[in-house]
Every structure is written in structure tokens, then in C-alpha cells.
Design a protein around this ligand. Structure first.
Ligand code: AHG
Ligand code: MN
Ligand code: MN
Length: 287
């Protein structure tokens, strides 16, 4: 049997227990990207610092990749869907020198492409280069991703909400009131523990995903650079909205460190608009 499940034994940049598959995914992506000739630097959830790839002078690698190699690590050992999240930037520093931290600390609005892969009943790549979102399903018989979902448009509303409701009492008042509202309206709660999977449902069926700040994570838990920015990019490209719990557009949030975290609320436009009204009514200025 392949020894690929279970904990690896260390913790990562944000203190999570690292699983063997996190390490395997991270190493596989780094190795593949290193050989592409297009990428000069990588920032990953699993590496404290960015990785500066050796430059091949013939190939002029100008792209920076940010990634969460395996999203939903708590699902691995119980055979539930996991994903991969990635974002692509153009480097800012001179092409003939090493990458700089400033190449990575770019706002979401500078992304040139982003996407996710969902490893579910099929393996699906959902990807955008800034002109809409398309989905590509892996055909294992030929080893290629084939266009299967053209121009994905998120419904403007829906009846799913996705939040770790176990933290309800640790949320700010406005989030509690909004979650009460979702429950009053009989929205259906779905929470897989892998943002990729939760967002994927919302992309097709409409809904709202929330990971608010809590007392344990006063600045939110999800990582801005390689979780929030790429997913917000995809959500916006599909016609949805992505905000922090302070109602700032995720794509415009200032980034100061590789593993910076943020609160996030994203999904169908009309539902995020509804949530905004709760923040305006019950948020800090009104308490
Ligand atoms: P990762 O597995 O890359 O650490 O990310 C998991 C993230 C996100 O995908 C998910 O929605 C959330 O963390 C789950 O966290 P809680 O268990 O705190 O709800
Ligand atoms: Mn993740
Ligand atoms: Mn991860």
C-alpha cells in the first residue's frame, strides 16, 4: 500500500498539522512548475518563505505562482473531496535577477489568472484569465483536461449557506444576526471543510460562503494570498461578489506578508448584498 495518508508530523506556516498528502502535493506542484520554464517564483501554504526558481536565460520566466497545494486537509483521511487553489501574477522585479518579496505581495486585483482543481467524483479544473470562467474535466484515458463547463455564471441568488456554524458564538454580532437570517429563510446549510468544494457548489447552484473572524482568529483564518485572492477572482469572474466582513472588496485588500489572513464572505451577488445590510445595521458603528 502507498504510504500517503495520515499526519506528516510537523506544522506549517499558520500552525496547521501537516498531512503527508499536503507534502506530496506541494512537492509535485513545485517540481512540475520548476520544469515549465514559465515560472520564476512560487509561494505556497506549505513553505514559510517564497521559492526562487533558477532562471533559464533562454526561457525568460516571468510568472509568479501562489498556491494552496491541498485545500481541505482534514478531509484526506476520510475520503471526502479536497482541492488545489492557485493564482498567477506577473513578476515586478527585473527579469534577469532573483525574485523579490514584492513580486509576491501583490493585491488580488493584479492577478493575471487564477483557478482551482476539485478532486471529486471527477477531477475538474476551474480557471479564469480575466475573461469569464471555464471548467475542464480530466479525461484519464488521454491524461488531458477537456473543456466541459463553458462560461460558468454563478446564479445571482440561491438557498445554500456555507459556514462553520460551530463557531457561531465566537462571531461578531452582525454575523450571528445574518446567520440567524439564513436559518429563518430555511436556507440549506452545507459545509464540507474544503473551501474549494463549498465554493464549487455555489458556482453552480448559488449561495454564500462565510469564514468570518472569530475570537480565536480575530483577523480571520483563511490566507489572503493563495486562498482568498484566487477564489475571489474566480467568484467575481463568474458574476459573484467577495468581501471581507468589514465590507472591503477582497481583491483590493492590502497585503503585507505571505501568510496574512483575512475574513471572507463570498458568493451570489444578491445574497452578499443582503449580508452587507446586516453589517451596516448591526456592525461596530451601530453597537
Ligand atoms: P487547508 O486545508 O488548506 O488548511 O484549508 C482549509 C480551510 C478551508 O478550505 C476550509 O473552509 C476551512 O479551512 C476549514 O476550517 P475550519 O475547520 O476551521 O472550519
Ligand atoms: Mn486551504
Ligand atoms: Mn492547504
Amino acid at each position: 500500500m502507498v504510504n500517503i495518508l495520515g499526519v506528516e508530523g510537523s506544522t506549517n506556516s499558520t500552525g496547521d498539522d501537516v498531512q503527508k498528502l499536503d507534502v506530496f502535493a506541494n512537492e509535485t506542484f513545485i517540481e512540475t512548475l520548476s520544469f515549465s520554464g514559465e515560472v520564476c517564483g512560487i509561494a505556497s501554504e506549505e513553505n514559510l518563505d517564497f521559492i526562487d526558481l533558477p532562471i533559464d536565460p533562454l526561457k525568460k520566466a516571468t510568472y509568479i505562482v501562489v498556491m494552496d497545494p491541498l485545500d481541505g486537509s482534514s478531509n484526506i483521511d476520510v475520503n471526502v473531496s479536497v482541492g488545489t487553489i492557485f493564482g498567477i501574477y506577473k513578476r515586478k522585479s527585473p527579469e534577469d535577477g532573483p525574485c523579490q518579496i514584492s513580486d509576491f505581495l501583490q493585491k488580488g486585483s493584479n492577478l493575471v489568472a487564477a483557478g482551482y482543481v476539485l478532486y471529486g467524483t471527477s477531477t475538474l479544473l476551474v480557471y479564469s484569465t480575466g475573461d469569464g470562467v471555464n471548467g475542464f474535466t480530466l479525461d484519464p484515458s488521454i491524461g488531458e483536461f477537456c473543456l466541459s463547463h463553458r462560461n460558468i455564471q454563478m446564479p445571482t441568488s440561491g438557498n445554500y449557506y456555507s459556514v462553520n456554524q460551530g463557531y457561531y458564538l465566537k462571531f461578531d454580532l452582525e454575523m450571528m444576526r445574518y446567520i440567524d437570517h439564513c436559518s429563518d429563510l430555511n436556507y440549506r446549510l452545507r459545509y464540507i471543510g474544503s473551501m474549494v468544494s463549498d465554493i464549487h457548489r455555489i458556482m453552480f447552484q448559488g449561495g454564500i460562503f462565510l469564514y468570518p473572524n472569530t475570537r480565536k482568529y480575530p483577523k480571520g483564518k483563511l490566507r489572503l494570498l493563495y486562498e482568498c485572492f484566487p477564489m475571489a477572482y474566480i467568484v467575481e469572474q463568474a458574476g459573484g461578489t467577495a468581501l471581507t466582513c468589514k465590507l472591503e472588496r477582497i481583491m483590493d485588500v492590502e497585503i503585507n506578508s505571505l501568510h496574512q489572513t483575512s475574513s471572507i464572505v463570498m458568493g451570489s451577488k444578491a445574497m452578499v448584498q443582503d449580508m452587507k445590510e446586516f453589517v451596516e445595521k448591526y456592525g461596530p458603528v451601530n453597537q
